[in-house]
Design a protein around this ligand. Structure first.
Ligand code: SAH
Length: 367
């Protein structure tokens, strides 16, 4: 039994079953035994990999897109360039290298990172110290200024709650005890105003997930963008509206039981973008159309960039470069599963690669 499993079992024995959100947050961010607190989970030796770790092209193209949005909005003299959940700092390093030649951008941009893990903060510092990066515990600690923010595979790590529809009510999924083992259970069903709008597109037995922390963060980001200008780009595995159980655990690049090794496996859920777009609008900003990652990267010119980079490569390095291009963009790899949403001020265009939002078809569920 892991140490964290003992801690969780004792807490449940003392105070009863916990929500999935409490379980997830404890597993990922427990100050001593949490998954992110204690390790670098990325890369071949870790549990999963992410787009910026696959190829430098990802950060370069998105960085140039952010810089273009900065110019389109009048090239403010002081901006906050921010990233929550920067992992190893690779994405921000690629953004800063690619935008170094955009006149005025580097001088205008203060680099701000929001990171919960001390282990990953240290890795980010090693990569980004030369840029005068600063670290914060929460987004609300960022300076008030035009905000240019990017978040890749960040929202999928935030704690979700799950509700199973029962009649016109909802039973919350919980983590409790079955003997010594952790086990899923259900709270008694009750009506939930926050899910009233989902009665129309679900049936009894369907699972719907909510992520209040993600909505609160988008509210904060969108408020700043509405007040000061800027853009935010969110990229994650997911779809428009939550439907079905997407809670998953990954260890050494393979799925595992999410209750088996708390603190030792990465826990994620698909991101539902509709509530994030709604939060942005409610805070006075505009949300773009939801765009598949492959489409976004093609529009930003990944094929030209891939060709340019390939000229200096040969052998195994060339092979892996070609594979990385395919992995990021191909519809059967990350191209379609990962989606991007941009937040921008009312009256300003969305950043390069994104369309203005059009009315949504109600059927756009998870792939
Ligand atoms: N964006 C990176 C890493 C994704 S992993 C990449 O694309 O490679 C998720 C990141 O979010 C990690 O850096 C993790 O420590 C951080 N994180 C998770 N929950 C967080 C929270 N509540 N506040 C701040 N950072 C968090």
């Amino acid at each position: 039994m892991t140490r964290l499993k003992q801690i969780l079992a004792r807490r449940i024995a003392a105070t009863g079953p916990m929500t999935l959100a409490e379980y997830m947050a404890t597993c990922l961010l427990h100050p001593v035994h949490g998954y992110y607190t204690t390790r670098d989970p990325l890369g071949v030796a870790g549990d999963f990999t992410t787009a910026p770790e696959i190829s430098q092209m990802f950060g370069e193209l998105l960085g140039l897109g952010l810089a273009q949005a900065w110019r389109d909005q009048g090239a403010a003299a002081r901006i906050v360039l921010a990233e929550p959940g920067p992992g190893r700092g690779t994405l921000m390093a690629d953004i800063l290298r690619a935008t170094a030649r955009v006149p005025g951008f580097a001088a205008a941009a203060g680099v701000h990172l929001v990171e919960a893990s001390p282990t990953l903060r240290a890795m980010q510092a090693a990569k980004l110290a030369a840029y005068g990066a600063r670290w914060h515990d929460t987004l609300s600690d960022l300076p008030e200024a035009p905000l240019f923010l990017i978040a890749n595979e960040f929202f999928d790590a935030l704690p979700i709650r799950q509700f199973v529809r029962a009649g016109d009510g909802w039973a919350e999924r919980q983590v409790g005890l079955a003997g010594e083992a952790l086990a899923f259970g259900l709270a008694p069903p009750m009506p939930l105003a926050a899910l009233a709008h989902r009665l129309a597109d679900t049936r009894p037995g369907d699972v719907v997930e909510t992520c209040a922390p993600a909505e609160a963060m988008v509210t904060e980001i969108a408020r700043r963008i509405a007040a000061h200008g800027g853009v935010a780009i969110f990229i994650d595995y997911g779809g428009w509206q939550s439907l079905g159980d997407t809670f998953q655990a990954l260890r050494s690049h393979a799925p595992c039981d999410p209750l088996e090794t708390p603190g030792e496996a990465d826990l994620t859920a698909h991101v539902a973008f509709a509530p994030l777009a709604a939060a942005a609008r409610a805070a006075g900003a505009e949300a773009s159309a939801l765009t598949p990652q492959g489409v976004l990267l093609e529009r930003l010119g990944i094929t030209d960039r891939a060709r340019a980079l390939s000229r200096s490569l040969k052998g195994a390095a060339l092979e892996s470069h070609i594979a990385a291009h395919r992995r990021l963009t191909h519809p059967q790899e990350m191209g379609n599963l990962f989606k991007a949403l941009a937040i921008h001020p009312l009256g300003a265009p969305p950043p390069p690669g994104f369309d203005q939002d059009l009315p949504k078809a109600p059927d756009a569920h998870h792939a």
